[in-house]
Unconditional design. Sequence first.
Length: 64
Amino acid sequence: MKFLIDHNLEGHAIILFGSLGNQGWLDLVSIRFVNFAEIGLSVKSSDRVVWRFAQEKRSPFLNS
């Protein structure tokens, strides 16, 4: 599973990912957090732009 992390929450995502790892969840579920830069979005992207990106990429983005 991939989760798109808003640039304002990247620090929280690191803590959450570490916590999931410490509790053993990453052994059971493949989870990856991606940030805006990794997928080519500007950190200044509006919610509408992010939503449209997610809708356009939904199947390959969520299933890869």
